[in-house]
Design a protein around this ligand. Structure first.
Ligand code: P6P
Length: 339
């Protein structure tokens, strides 16, 4: 029965992507190689994050560790691991990391056709209290071999060929879309493999949860304030929604994807572009939401239509269940008519 099938028909993320890729006879396996290197990075970070608490407890993570080296912060270490993994894949030409001010142009001898934008350890301020954190990544493909420039990554999110995140929590879960649906894989530590555990994830059309930092309420604009008000005091007599806010984007988005509802980081008077970064937070999560049947909206437009001007640009974001985002879009449209 099902359990045995799981044991004997191990659908690993590598096999899954190879199956997908077999639908493109012309492909040369480059994406599979790239993905394998991203997966390697995730496995390393998962193992380091799980030990981080322990390392801190037994003093390994103090200023000087037992090897006498200065102990790197986990997000710095994760960043180095991903950069090394991506460059050594030989399939990338330009990298953008949340940790690096400038884009990384891969040396010519190791160049491939993919541009990877990533946040190696999003939410890392939550490590010490054990809240789930994650790696977020998006992948663009350059059209031909040319000297890579920022223009290759300053592309709208709809140009991405793949996006995903890896959440380091009670289990290590990698959620991936290559443009045709969304699939979730869980790391089986005994095998060191990511196994398909959430095939074809579809976000509920409407949800009962809203997720936003209410501490910013005094700075919200009208439509955001109105939407949150409607969640708390529904006009149509339906039950109030539940507020769930973890403060770690990967965890909040993962819950939204599986349970439905909305995740919001709106603009506010203090930060008119919101807080979350376009390339490696907003775009990958929006790509996943749309591929799971949901929506992602900036308050002005479809998030994936946004064209970034700088690699660390920020944007407001409202993402989640299709019908719930429709409500938010209607509130912003009504506001636009008043102006
Ligand atoms: P706030 C974590 O620092 C992060 O970048 C995201 O993971 C998270 O969604 C957001 O910031 C939380 O921000 O302002 O609510 O603490």
């Amino acid at each position: 029965h099902a359990a045995d099938a799981h044991r004997t028909d191990l659908m690993t993320i590598t096999r899954f992507v190879l199956n997908e890729q077999s639908k493109y006879p012309e492909s040369r396996g480059d994406f599979t190689i790239l993905l394998n290197h991203i997966v390697l990075g995730c496995k390393f970070v998962c193992s380091s994050v799980n030990k981080a608490g322990l390392a801190k407890l037994i003093g390994l993570a103090g200023e000087i560790n037992i090897q006498g080296e200065e102990q790197k912060k986990l997000d710095v270490l994760s960043n180095e691991v991903f950069i090394k993994a991506l460059v050594s894949s030989g399939r990338t030409c330009i990298l953008v990391s949340e940790e690096d001010e400038d884009a990384i142009i891969v040396e010519p001898s190791k160049r491939g056709r993919y541009c990877v934008v990533f946040d190696p350890l999003d939410g890392s301020s939550n490590i010490d209290c054990g809240v789930s954190i994650g790696t977020i990544f998006g992948i663009y493909m350059v059209k031909d071999d040319h000297e890579p420039t920022l223009a290759d990554v300053l592309q709208p999110g709809k140009q991405m060929v793949a996006a995903g995140y890896c959440m380091y929590g009670s289990s290590c879960t990698l959620v991936l879309s290559t443009g045709k649906g969304v699939n979730g894989f869980t790391l089986d530590p005994s095998l060191g493999e990511f196994i398909l555990t959430h095939p074809d994830i579809r976000i509920p059309k409407k949800g009962k949860i809203y997720s936003v930092n209410e501490g910013n309420a005094k700075n919200w604009d009208g439509p955001t304030a109105k939407y949150v008000e409607n969640c708390k005091f529904p006009k149509d007599g339906s039950p109030s929604k539940s507020l769930r806010y973890i403060g770690s984007m990967v965890a909040d988005v993962h819950r939204t994807l599986l349970y439905g509802g909305t995740f919001m980081y709106p603009a506010d008077k203090k930060s008119p572009s919101g807080k979350l970064r376009v390339l490696y937070e907003v775009f990958p999560m929006s790509f996943l939401m749309e591929n799971a049947g949901g929506q992602a909206f900036t308050g002005k437009q479809r998030a994936l239509d946004l064209v970034p001007t700088k690699i660390h640009d920020r944007s407001p974001i409202f993402l989640g269940s299709y019908d719930d985002i429709e409500e938010i879009k209607a509130l912003y449209a009504a506001e636009g008519k008043k102006e």
